[in-house]
Ligand binder design. Structure first.
Ligand code: ARG
Length: 594
């Protein structure tokens, strides 16, 4: 693996050096503010921004910087300077329009192609990142809320691992709590209701609702359920054994969903709430000893400076309830402690919906004060918005129930099947079915990932599976088109992987594609910092569009000569590998043919 320095970084370094030479010493290293531009390859606004501080006319300073960069474009052309790092032209009030020589771009394409990881540096080497995601609840169906956590968390896990971090996946399954006393008691009293085996989750979900109804209406049952909670907590064997069956049955159902969705989670990643059971007393005792948790109306609570409710009263983080039971907050405090102490995390991400923002703010604050979360460990809540139905309200079935994930995926696959069937695809029925699955499931994942994480979005299957627009299917198509060209080339006996001739001129569509191809590494770094997968989705969409433009304008197999064809094939190959890497990091399958 060898790291390839991105063109933009090279350009930035060149302009920074040139600007430093024309500025007084104390302004050395001033940010040249380099951006992609539609007028040239890049634009630098740094000279304009700093001119006032040195009392110079912006165009003057920009011209001086451009001169240092090796002359104007015209001069460079006249002198045949093909290898100047960059050529600059002053424009407007004092911007620099920057153009990269064709040879630099061709060499960059070749350098990325020559590296098996496309020259992407492992910028997160040495980090240990715990990612808490998915976290469905035992004996309940996974719902759309878990879908978002699952999809977003998985992409973050993939991207961070790709950049060299050691990623520790944690599925904080809801597998403990008083509700299990109720459920187990109900199961015991209704041996006629079977729930194991196929469709166990629907059966369990129904059982759970029936148990809840009995609990709310039948005081006798409620008492027996409470007694059962005590038995569960004290480790009664018969009770525990039913509980274990519930957990096993649910985990198998979750795993089926993960497998279908192409999610990395396995049973080994499950660190459910029950795992922390034995730690809770210690967590609370320590908080009391440190004076962080105090009695409030019989409950033990911690408070965070500045966190007040609408009435102005401090909001409590309840670590032990009035009835002596430990809650969700105590468990999450225990997760922080364990992840630092045992997993040696340097960064902990909780991919949980936005409504839990306050919970995590307080958990992190309390954990820091208790000394469980050292300053050099970052704990971050990674919030996300709600999935909405067509009516703009949280997504529900017609009768107001939770939408089963399997049903939702079935629906997407069916729409994808219909959409793809209209194309003249030339696939065998088996291949077609595989592609329809990849397209339907990819469509759901991509729709989620391409939306700004913190925003709500409307679940609209028709839009998700569209062949045009910012969809997963569009990207998969772009990839399949690249593969198809490379296959045709091979079939025609064209040699692939020939060295690229850097003296070739660049068509504007080739130039735009080459520049976009060079941005994957920076995009991934950006995702790793912001934890926003839509940046990668948006990048891949731009790339697919740049490729489409190139494909429309620059004949590949029917290119004028061998050298031009070799250059274009290199662009195709790099596009294919870049799309494949990006799609894989988003967790989308990339079929070779569609
Ligand atoms: N099981 C919870 C739910 O379904 C989500 C848990 C999120 N993770 C955590 N560490 N609190 O809402």
């Amino acid at each position: 693996m060898s790291h390839v320095v991105a063109i933009k970084d090279q350009v930035e370094a060149a302009v920074r050096a040139a600007l430093t030479e024309v500025l007084p010493a104390e302004l050395a290293g001033t940010d040249p503010v380099v951006r992609r531009s539609d007028r040239a390859d890049f634009q630098a606004n740094g000279p304009l921004a700093v001119a006032k501080r040195v009392g110079r006319a912006p165009r003057d300073l920009a011209t001086a910087t451009a001169d240092r960069l090796g002359g104007s474009v015209a001069e460079a052309k006249a002198e045949g300077v093909a290898n100047a790092a960059v050529t600059a032209e002053v424009s407007g009030p004092g911007f620099l329009n920057l153009t990269v020589p064709a040879a630099t771009l061709w060499r960059q394409v070749a350098a990325r192609l020559a590296d098996e990881s496309l020259g992407i540096a492992t910028t997160h080497d040495g980090e240990r990142t715990v990612i808490d995601y998915s976290a469905p609840n035992v004996a309940k169906e996974m719902h759309v809320g878990h879908l978002r956590s699952t999809i977003i968390g998985d992409t973050l896990a993939r991207v961070l691992a790709h950049l060299g971090a050691t990623v520790i996946r944690q599925n904080h399954v809801g597998d403990w709590g008083t509700q299990f006393g109720m459920l187990i008691q109900f199961i015991d009293e209704h041996p006629e209701r079977t729930w194991q085996g196929e469709a166990s989750m629907s059966a369990l979900d129904a059982l759970y609702r029936a148990a809840r109804a009995a609990f709310d209406t039948d005081p006798g049952f409620a008492d027996r359920a409470r007694a059962r909670v005590v038995l569960l907590q004290s480790g009664d064997e018969a009770t525990l054994s039913t509980w274990r069956e519930l957990v096993a049955e649910s985990e198998a159902a979750f795993q089926a969903v993960y497998d279908r969705l192409g999610i990395l989670l396995t049973p080994a990643d499950a660190d459910g709430e029950s795992r922390y059971n034995a730690d809770l007393r210690g967590v609370v005792d320590e908080l009391v000893a440190q004076g962080i948790a105090v009695d409030s109306d019989g409950a033990l609570c911690a408070f965070t400076d500045g966190v007040v409710g609408p009435d102005g009263d401090p909001v409590p983080l309840i670590v032990r309830k009035k009835d002596g039971g430990f809650g969700y907050a105590a468990t999450d405090l225990a997760t922080v402690r364990l992840r630092v102490e045992e997993y040696h995390a340097t960064r902990i991400l909780y991919v949980v919906d936005a409504r839990q923002a306050l919970h995590f703010r307080m958990v992190f604050d309390v954990a820091r004060r208790a000394g469980w979360l050292p300053d050099d460990v970052a704990a971050t809540h990674v919030p996300f918005g709600t999935v909405l139905g067509a009516d703009g309200k949280p997504f529900k079935t017609r009768d107001g129930g939770t939408v089963r994930l399997d049903d939702l995926l079935d629906q997407a696959v069916e729409r994808a099947r219909a959409e793809l069937a209209e194309k003249d695809h030339g696939l065998t029925p088996e291949e077609f079915e595989r592609v329809a699955q990849a397209a339907g499931i990819g469509a759901v994942k991509y729709a989620d990932l391409s939306n700004t994480r913190t925003k709500d979005y409307v679940f609209d299957v028709d839009r998700m599976v569209a062949l045009n627009g910012n969809t997963g299917v569009y990207l998969q198509y772009a990839y399949a088109r690249v593969r198809s060209i490379l296959r045709k080339a091979a079939d025609a006996g064209v040699e692939l992987g020939r060295p690229v001739d850097p003296t070739l001129p660049l068509h504007p569509a080739e130039r735009a594609l080459a520049l976009t191809l060079d941005e994957l590494a920076a995009t991934l770094d950006d995702v790793a910092v912001t934890l926003e997968p839509h940046r990668l989705a948006g990048y891949l969409f731009d790339l697919a569009r740049a490729y489409t433009e190139f494909y429309d304008r620059c004949p590949v197999l029917r290119a004028d000569d061998d050298a031009v064809r070799a250059g274009r094939l290199a662009l195709c190959e790099l596009t294919g590998r870049t799309l494949a890497t990006g799609l894989d990091l988003l967790g989308l399958a990339a079929p070779d043919r569609m």
